[in-house]
Design a protein around this ligand. Sequence first.
Ligand SMILES: Nc1nc2c(ncn2[C@@H]2O[C@H](COP(=O)(O)OP(=O)(O)OP(=O)(O)O)[C@@H](O)[C@H]2O)c(=O)[nH]1
Ligand SMILES: [Mg+2]
Length: 348
Amino acid sequence: MLSWFKKKIGGAQVLPPEQGAGAEAAAPAAEAAGQQEDGGNFFLRLKDGLSRTRKTFVRQIDALFLGKKQIDAALLEDLEEILIMADIGANTTQELLDKTREQVKRNELADGQALKKALKEMILGYLRNADRPADLALPAQGPFVVMVLGVNGVGKTTTIGKLAHKFTQAGQKVLLVAADTFRAAASEQLQIWGKRVGVEVVAQQAGADPSSVVFDALDYAKPRNFDVVLVDTAGRLHTKVNLMEELKKIKRVMDKKIPGAPHEILLVLDATTGQNAISQARLFNEAVDVTGLALTKLDGTAKGGIVINICHEFNIPIRFIGIGEQMEDLRDFEPGEFVEALFAEGEA
Ligand SMILES: Nc1nc2c(ncn2[C@@H]2O[C@H](COP(=O)(O)OP(=O)(O)OP(=O)(O)O)[C@@H](O)[C@H]2O)c(=O)[nH]1
Ligand SMILES: [Mg+2]
């Protein structure tokens, strides 16, 4: 039974069964002790991970005001360029500029600090809009099945490994499924993660039909009380079969085996690809109705503004962000702390 499995997968809040009916009341305290258990340390890591984006975005905005007192048309043009360069996207940039212009007209923005504060608030608004708990999708019973998708190399397998760690830490019994049968190395990579985290992995030989791997894996999972099943899929196929058709088929098979599954369709996007991530999100969402996003490699890019762009363009919540290659480097996406880390004062 998963009735106690009260969590937002993006918030990674899992309460022990004995808390039962009191779980709701206990949530805030547990939340404070959950992701924030490493306290300021985590915030520093996030801040560190966003340093490249901060340099090309926030620090550039600071530079706009050096020696300038007024917010005029020329300054707003420079601001536009900064927003575009940070991959915030054309639509989002226009909207931010329009709102800023209105505020300037109403004399609400006296100086650079006020403008920065206003931008920060608008950005937080976009991120909050796209932040939704996932606990509604939790099954009344049986495993919580997560299907992980994304194009080649975005970080699907790594994200699954990190997620397995997260769930295991929260006391969940996790099964990994290697439905990326495109190449032998894919299933080996997943098995390495399985060993590292200490969870079972279901795999078949390379070239097997991914749907049949999933079919067998769910058969295996059902009687064994797994709480969470994480399914790795291929980013491309060696056959002529359309990737999206293949994913639809896997989805159908899951639903047939466990009605309602997959409970989460998690699309992994690589933040370093900037605008490409937007078109990938659109394509996958059209094909399989994505329910959550994981944005990886934020540590390796100055294009972290893509987070804002995604929240503005899609009604799909960002559940996780990847800020490194290690097991602990997958963090729940929390709009408030993300914006604070992005706009952090200081040298970097
Ligand atoms: N810096 C950094 N690297 C990451 C992150 N997430 C994944 N990676 C790296 O990205 C590379 C590709 O990751 P994989 O997990 O193999 O990607 P995949 O989507 O499974 O790739 P395919 O199975 O080939 O489609 C690996 O070297 C990972 O270590 C992240 O958040 N930050
Ligand atoms: Mg992979």
